[in-house]
Design a protein around this ligand. Structure first.
Ligand SMILES: Nc1ncnc2c1ncn2[C@@H]1O[C@H](COP(=O)(O)OP(=O)(O)O)[C@@H](O)[C@H]1O
Ligand SMILES: Cc1cn([C@H]2C[C@H](O)[C@@H](COP(=O)(O)O)O2)c(=O)[nH]c1=O
Ligand SMILES: [Zn+2]
Length: 191
């Protein structure tokens, strides 16, 4: 039975790298894949999944209106696997579409994304993936203290913690620091 996987982590943990490795692994065995990433995340070239380590691959850009199942099933040949980056930006309906691809069409889906936002709250896509995925896999990274970095602190240009604002704010290592819960809480409290 095909499964829906949610690979979750804090920022800068290696999610995109992991996705691109999985994609390469399928393709080097002659299997077709279909890649999606969020249109809203325009840090790198649009329609491209880019990892900080330097790997990149073209992907279809999704927004909240994209029907990922319809696009997948409209391909000339069905892919052996669907890989989704920035899965925190999916809607709950889109996660349901991904689950249907696995359950009804036998296509494994690997979704990669953040678990929580800069306030420590679940994103919609992540909440639905945590609820539905057959397999939850944490990709681990370290806080500056050596503990596991599970949280994402948003910072301003001066490096001060930001605790209010819209959930979506695109940025990289200049705007976010992955921290353990203790250091996230301490830095957020000092804002
Ligand atoms: N030149 C490099 N060599 C090895 N690892 C690197 C290099 N540059 C960045 N990294 C590591 O890559 C990881 C970030 O990968 P990335 O896939 O972009 O993360 P994410 O998608 O989770 O934000 C970090 O752990 C970082 O330390
Ligand atoms: C914590 C948090 C993150 N984001 C944005 C910032 C980035 O553009 C992406 C995550 O990038 P990754 O390196 O691929 O993990 O999400 C956001 O909009 N709001 C947040 O609270
Ligand atoms: Zn810490």
């Amino acid at each position: 039975m095909a499964k829906l996987y949610f690979y979750y982590a804090s920022m800068n943990a290696g999610k995109s790298t992991n996705l691109l490795q999985a994609d390469f692994n399928y393709r080097e065995r002659g299997m077709r894949t279909l890649l999606f990433t969020a249109a809203i995340d325009d840090r790198f070239a649009a329609g491209t999944i880019t990892s900080r380590i330097g790997l990149a691959a073209p992907a279809l850009a999704f927004d909240t209106t994209t029907d990922l199942a319809a696009i997948t099933l409209a391909q000339d040949q069905p892919p052996a696997c669907v890989l989704v980056d920035e899965a925190q930006f999916l809607t709950a309906v889109q996660v349901d579409q991904l689950a249907r691809l696995a359950d009804r069409h036998g296509i494994p889906v690997l979704a990669y994304g953040l678990r929580t936002d800069f306030r420590g709250e679940l994103f919609d896509g992540s909440a639905r993936l945590l609820a539905l995925a057959d397999s939850l896999v944490e990709i681990k990274s370290v806080c500056e203290c050596g503990r596991k970095a599970t949280m994402n602190l948003r910072v301003d240009a001066a490096g001060r913690a930001v605790t209010h604002g819209t959930q979506t704010e695109i940025g990289g290592n200049d705007r976010y620091i992955a921290l353990c819960r203790r250091h996230f809480t301490e830095r957020a409290a000092s804002a």
